[in-house]
Ligand binder design. Structure first.
Ligand code: SAM
Length: 187
């Protein structure tokens, strides 16, 4: 079975006008994706941002809910947040996986729209890899208006968009991540 890791990238992501930006971390993404990741046995959930102040902010959220007042009030939340690791980049997240697993992860990207020149790999095939291999798997989610095409090209695999033919396709990253994980490893 492939050890599962999640990453939420705040850079490089697209802005509304298509330029490359770094988005701010939102508290909801920290909590919701940690609870999702913990529920699906992810070994870690990397929150990647190159902005030091943002990583410090994440650290403060984690302290509050792991050892502070929040953790005392809602222990289950501390358990979910125990898998969260602020990192500065995707490369740093990959290094963490290598340090922990002794093996580089296959990087699986997600997007609401796949660039024409990037091949997609079916959910069924990624599920098969998750079940049949011991290579770690790192699934990437974006913020803003999505991961840049260049980053999608650099990933090992790209999952098909959820609902590719829908005329309205603006899932929140929290909803999209839940659908993707359940499709891949749901009961
Ligand atoms: N501001 C938005 C929010 O509140 O979450 C950010 C959305 S961001 C573009 C969406 C991210 O969620 C993408 O980078 C991708 O990881 C994932 N996503 C969104 N729609 C998706 C879809 N239809 N299929 C797969 N992933 C999707």
């Amino acid at each position: 079975v492939s050890p599962l890791y999640l990453a939420l990238l705040h850079h490089p992501v697209k802005s509304r006008d298509g330029s490359v930006i770094a988005t701010a971390v939102t508290n909801l993404d920290v909590h919701d994706l940690a609870r999702l990741g913990r529920t699906y046995d992810a070994r870690a959930y990397f929150i990647a941002t190159p902005i030091t102040a943002q990583r410090t902010l994440v650290g403060r959220i984690l302290d509050h809910w792991r050892t502070g007042a929040g953790g005392r009030r809602i222990p289950d939340r501390g358990e979910a947040l125990s898998i969260v690791e602020p990192v500065e980049s995707l490369a740093a997240a990959i290094e963490r996986v290598i340090a922990r697993e002794g093996d580089a992860p296959r990087v699986v990207a997600t997007a609401a729209r796949a660039p024409a020149d990037v091949a997609v790999t079916s959910f069924a095939e990624v599920t098969r890899l998750l079940e049949a291999t011991s290579t770690p798997t790192l699934i990437l989610f974006g913020t803003g208006h999505g991961l840049t095409d260049e980053l999608l090209r650099s990933a090992d695999l790209l999952l098909p968009p959820v609902r590719p033919r829908a005329d309205y396709n603006h899932l929140s990253v929290r909803a999209a991540a839940a659908i993707v994980l359940d499709r891949l490893i749901g009961d």
